[in-house]
Design a protein around this ligand. Structure first.
Ligand SMILES: [Zn+2]
Length: 144
């Protein structure tokens, strides 16, 4: 059995299945199987996972009609690492986390050109941070 591997992208496209250098997004879930389809919309390659999405059960055997895009995967890895760093280090300043994550990935210039700038991604980063910090109390009663 083949274990399913996922990459967490940015919130809007959620987690993607990574298999043989290609990325898949959830198509539909049934009680017995989850179907992931290739991120490239003109491609019909589909992979079936068990309902817990831990194992790859089968694929539909259709070859991808396009080349794999390794830099897209690296960009997603950057996002995943950035998100994880924000969650793991709640007391480190956001701009510093961005810098540290960027310098830790050893990205090629092609990958770097696809990684958002700090100002392009800071709203997302602060949103992730807000999700791990308890909200500020609104009234005096909540403070007691
Ligand atoms: Zn494909």
């Amino acid at each position: 059995m083949e274990q399913a591997a996922f990459l967490q992208g940015r919130a809007k496209d959620g987690k993607c299945l990574l298999r043989d250098g290609y990325l898949f997004r959830i198509g539909k879930r049934t009680p017995k199987k989850s179907y992931y389809t290739c991120l490239v919309s003109k491609c019909s390659s589909t992979v079936c996972l068990d309902p817990d999405e831990k194992m790859v059960l089968s694929s539909n055997g259709i070859e991808h009609n396009h080349a794999a895009n390794p830099s897209e995967i690296e960009v997603r890895k950057f996002h995943q690492k950035l998100r994880q760093n924000i969650l793991d280090q709640p007391n480190t300043a956001i701009p510093q986390l961005y810098k540290e994550t960027l310098s830790s990935i050893h990205a090629s210039s092609e990958v770097l050109s696809q990684i958002p700038t700090f100002s392009g991604i800071k709203n997302y980063m602060y949103k992730v941070r807000a999700s791990v910090r308890p909200p500020l109390p609104k009234t005096m009663e909540e403070l007691q």
